[in-house]
Design a protein around this ligand. Structure first.
Ligand code: UDP
Length: 319
């Protein structure tokens, strides 16, 4: 297949490019680099089946030649990023999704939307199943991401029903691994960076809120299986192993030997109190479940951030 990955220089997008190339496909990565980074795809430069195009997908997307699949992964995805980039986040989820769907329709390509557990908002159903409609504050600060993604799902289903586009929707839960931006403000890079610097870990609120962390290789495998399946309705992909943020902080301090301890900071507005994917559907329809344990995934992730921090230090010292 010839596959377009929007957000192809981002954390998930770049890992998807690797997977698609490993499966023998041709890949066109598109990114405007507002949160993506060409460092994430530098190792693919010169690959005969890989091309990178700098483009903002909120503007009309033109691709020459055939396209067999469009994977729409462009979007800021960290709460800190989308609070700093509220309009871009709304635009990429709405206009960007519309353009990407328009391209898929024009080319007769399959379309896969990167949606999110944020469509469930601060969920009142636990764990979250795909048939839960969610509890989202449309006018709160997180609404710019949540509502854009909810609109993107609605648009995807409309293109499927009205134009017959062959569509897929993955609802992605918290994912971590190498190539996350060290300063993106999410809990995994924040805690690891703080721990490696011997600083206290910043737990927001009392740390009783829960998350369930999935390693990136598991996630990418699930997404690839979904792309190759014929499941049109949304599918949760994530790791159901749930823990409180306080437990997660204690675990990171223990793994890294950090003696900096923990400090408590205010909880951001509308921060979901609990989150755990129900992955029965992914198990049933895709034969998928995560394989990588938290410690197995944290090892290469910590190594990656250690390397990034020493690069940053080297740059500051002019080395
Ligand atoms: N969080 C935290 N300390 C940090 C960053 C995040 O306690 O330095 C908390 C945050 O309030 C949330 C959870 O960790 O409850 C996960 O936050 P993240 O930004 O990674 O993503 P979210 O799951 O909220 O989209």
């Amino acid at each position: 297949m010839r596959v377009l990955v929007t957000g192809g220089a981002g954390f998930l997008g770049s890992h998807l490019c690797d997977k698609l190339l490993a499966e023998g496909h041709e890949v066109l990565a598109m990114d405007n680099l507002i949160t993506g980074d060409t460092d994430n795809i530098a190792h693919l430069a010169g690959h005969e089946r890989f091309t990178y195009v700098k483009h903002d997908v909120t503007n009309f997307i033109y691709v020459q030649g055939p396209v067999d699949a469009v994977l729409h992964f462009a979007s800021p995805a960290s709460p800190v990023d989308y609070l700093e980039l509220p309009i871009q986040t709304l635009k990429v989820g709405s206009l960007g999704t519309h353009n990407a769907l328009g391209l898929a329709k024009e080319k007769g390509a399959r379309f896969l939307l990167a949606s999110t557990s944020e469509v469930y908002g601060d969920p009142l159903v636990h764990p979250q199943t795909e048939d839960y409609w969610g509890n989202v504050n449309p006018i709160g600060p997180r609404g710019v991401y949540d509502e854009a993604k909810r609109f993107a799902e609605a648009m995807t289903m409309a293109y499927h029903r009205h134009h017959g586009v062959d569509t897929r929707i993955v609802r992605i839960f918290n994912t971590y691994g190498p190539r996350m931006r060290i300063n993106d403000g999410r809990v995994v890079p924040n805690f690891i960076k703080q721990a490696l610097q011997g600083m206290p870990l910043t737990v927001y609120g009392d740390g009783s809120q829960t998350r369930s962390f999935c390693y990136v290789s598991d996630l990418v495998e699930g997404i690839y299986r979904l792309l190759m399946s014929d499941e049109v309705e949304p599918v949760n992909i994530g790791n159901p192993k749930e823990m409180t943020i306080l437990e997660f902080a204690q675990h990171i301090n223990q793994l890294t030997g950090n003696l900096g301890g923990i400090i408590f900071k205010p909880l951001p507005k509308d921060d979901p109190q609990q989150r755990q994917p129900d992955i029965s559907k992914a198990r049933r329809v895709l034969g998928w479940e995560p394989k990588v344990s938290l410690d197995e995934g944290l090892e290469p992730t910590i190594a990656y951030f250690r390397e990034k921090l020493s690069q940053e230090l080297g740059e500051e010292m002019g080395i």
